[in-house]
Write a protein that binds this ligand. Structure first.
Ligand SMILES: Cc1ncc(C[n+]2csc(CCOP(=O)(O)OP(=O)(O)O)c2C)c(N)n1
Length: 632
């Protein structure tokens, strides 16, 4: 019976005809209640069906004025423009229709320019990738409640990665005027609560003046180390009501300079480092700006200490001091720079009488629930609560002052040994890259080795994570520039890579860089619609599928567990493999409007296919080459 009713509404159309409205009223308790309510209390009651999703129904007709000359959202756009946000990644939603309209018409769809996204998670992850290239946030405009829930994992990844994202979320905040049905479903008393555990700050301004302050303050907070996503809730009423304060000013943005380490603590650190026999620098996220890399190299060279880093670009990988100092290099002191979890390093050092210095802004901002900060660093010997990049100049200076000619000689000798170990490791990597050269499915070492000669003369940028491809680019290519590698998800949430690579490629576009994404298949399938966004907005990006036909990280984990239980591994493909049927990524990409080729199973076909992909990308469009690969 219920089914018959629903389909008869569908055929008639929800809003047409008295018979339809009467039938609907009898079926809808919400509407019955609305119709019984007094006129003034019935904003949505004026609609024939308040339960009808506003996003899919007819335009509201009821009590809104016919013409609004100076909507509040125009002022919001003035404020957003003052922040110089280049793009606004968004999946549309009626909680921000006022702001949306102002952005495209009043704001002329420029600064920020709309990016049409097929999933809120993609919108935020695109902003994540963009920020890691550009060093500043992209705006992501998100639909209330439902959109924000879709966005939440990507927000979490950015939070754990200490990356700024500028989130604006719509909300029908005023319960007296919001409609029943979808306007209520997509509203919240405390919208920020949905993601508060993993945003740096949120605000729900109740007036335009408050929006101006919140919007500028939010940008400033997002950009102050440790950086992170911030969220401003734009109430629907504030967007759509006329702005009655014509002279409302746009607050000026003044960024906070990041805190540098206190002089005494820095002098102490310098003494420990200069006197060490085998210092090691562990750098995870210390390079915030291009200058950060120069400073890190200067510190390493001053101390002739190796710099170990597996996250983002910290030091050029062919610098003789890049790496762990070689097999057997047992540090007697480790300098940790913006390392997420120093506890294990400090514990191991302490156990063998070595020391640990920590320079990090992480302790300057901490939340309680999410445990991304890891273990407590009980064995750290000197803890400097400061931004590492901002601390490097005084640390370098303090070290230089302490280096006597004797120390200089010893330090230089150490440097020569480290450089030799680095050279050997590089030769070893080249030798290892030959293993399984002719294998089919294609080996990742061959894939990366074939790609390198094709891009090495270009201004390239690797916008995907190396963690699932055994770090082959880092072992074979020459990474020199800060934008040549942006690291991974931050919070380990899969589904980051495909959209983040598109966002990073967009940031690279205006510099004419060739963006390369070596894309795992599991990650691609969370929200492949981002390929359409790349095609629609003409974002040049070469996506090379690392198509190992499964969630291989999980295959390995399950196999280990089965072995531990002595049960064999032959059934570990269940729930972990993406086969039967195999997914045709070239067809998928073509359907979204990309040039694509594949699946490539014979490694001999690689050079030509990759060259063709690069050619298309250099013309300014995204392209995909699907390569069927070894698991790792
Ligand atoms: C949102 C999310 N869901 C699930 C996981 C668990 N997980 C970790 S790695 C992984 C497999 C990823 O597969 P793919 O991207 O193809 O990389 P591969 O492991 O095959 O190299 C999964 C599902 C996760 N980390 N994040």
């Amino acid at each position: 019976m219920a089914k018959t009713k629903a389909s008869s509404f569908g055929r008639r159309g929800f809003l047409k005809g008295a018979a339809g409205a009467a039938a609907l009223a009898s079926a809808s308790p919400v509407l019955r209640a609305q119709q019984a309510a007094p006129q003034g209390a019935r904003n949505a009651g004026a609609r024939p069906n308040p339960a009808l999703p506003a996003d899919t129904g007819a335009a509201p007709e009821e009590s809104e004025p016919r013409v609004v000359e100076n909507p509040g959202s125009d002022y919001m756009v003035d404020v957003l423009k003052s922040l110089n946000l280049e793009y606004c990644a968004s999946n549309p939603g009626s909680t921000f229709d006022g702001l949306h309209e102002s952005l495209i018409n009043y704001g002329n769809n420029a600064t920020p320019e709309f990016l049409t996204c097929c999933h809120e998670e993609s919108a935020v992850a695109m902003a994540h990738g963009y920020a890691k290239i550009e060093g500043k946030p992209m705006m992501a405009l998100i639909h209330g409640t439902v959109g924000l829930q879709h966005a939440s994992m990507a927000i979490y990844n950015a939070y754990a990665d200490r990356v700024p994202i500028y989130l604006v979320v719509g909300n029908h905040a005023d319960a007296a005027v919001r409609g029943a049905g979808v306007q209520s479903y997509h509203s919240a008393n405390d919208m920020g609560a949905l993601v508060r555990d993993f945003t740096k700050w949120d605000d729900s301004p109740q007036s335009l003046g408050a929006f101006g302050e919140a919007a500028v303050r939010g940008y400033k907070f997002a950009m102050t180390p440790p950086m992170g996503p911030v969220l401003i809730v734009a109430s629907h009423e504030t967007q759509t009501n006329p702005n009655m304060q014509r002279n409302l000013r746009v607050p000026k943005l003044t960024l906070t300079s990041p805190p540098a380490g206190d002089t005494g603590a820095v002098a102490e650190a310098a003494k420990m480092l200069v006197n060490a026999e085998r210092p090691l620098i562990l750098s995870q996220r210390s390079v915030r700006t291009p200058n950060g890399m120069k400073l890190l190299v200067e510190l390493a060279e001053t101390l002739q200490a190796p710099v170990n880093s597996s996250e983002r670009m910290e030091i050029p990988n062919r610098h003789p001091l890049a790496g762990n100092g070689g097999a057997g290099y047992q540090p007697d002191i480790t300098l940790c720079l913006e390392v997420a979890d120093v506890a294990a390093t400090a514990r191991a050092n302490h156990a063998r009488g070595a020391k640990t210095i920590n320079v990090s802004s992480m302790d300057l901002f901490l939340k309680s629930n999410i445990q991304d900060f890891g273990h407590y660093g009980a064995d750290v010997d000197l803890d400097i609560g400061a931004d590492a990049e901002a601390t490097l100049p005084s640390l370098i200076e303090a070290c230089k002052k302490l280096i006597t000619p004797d120390r200089k000689r010893a330090i230089a000798e150490r440097g020569a040994k480290i450089a030799e170990a680095h050279r050997k490791q590089r030769i070893q990597a080249i030798e290892q890259s030959q293993l399984g050269w002719d294998a089919s499915p294609v080996s990742l070492n061959r894939l990366c080795a074939e790609l390198w000669p094709l891009i090495q003369k270009e201004d390239w940028s690797l916008v995907s994570w190396q963690g699932f491809i055994s770090g082959w680019p880092g072992r074979l290519w020459n990474f020199e520039k800060p934008y040549q590698y942006i690291g991974g998800q931050g919070g380990g949430g899969i589904g980051y890579n495909a959209p983040a690579s598109v966002g990073a490629a967009l940031a690279n576009k205006k510099y004419g860089r060739l963006s390369i994404n070596i894309q795992t298949d599991g990650d691609m399938n969370y929200a492949p619609g981002v390929l359409w966004t790349a095609a629609h907005h003409k974002i040049p990006l070469l996506t090379i599928m690392h198509n190992n036909r499964g969630y291989h990280a999980e295959v390995m984990i399950l196999e280990r567990r089965a072995s531990q239980r002595n049960r064999g591994q032959d059934r570990c493909h269940i729930g972990t493999k993406l086969w039967e049927p195999n997914i045709d990524y070239a067809k998928m990409a073509q359907a979204y409007g990309l040039y694509a080729q594949g699946p490539i199973t014979d490694p001999k076909d690689l050079p030509q296919a990759l060259a063709r992909g690069i050619e298309r990308v250099k013309k300014g469009e995204p392209a995909m080459i699907d390569v069927v690969t070894q698991p790792r």
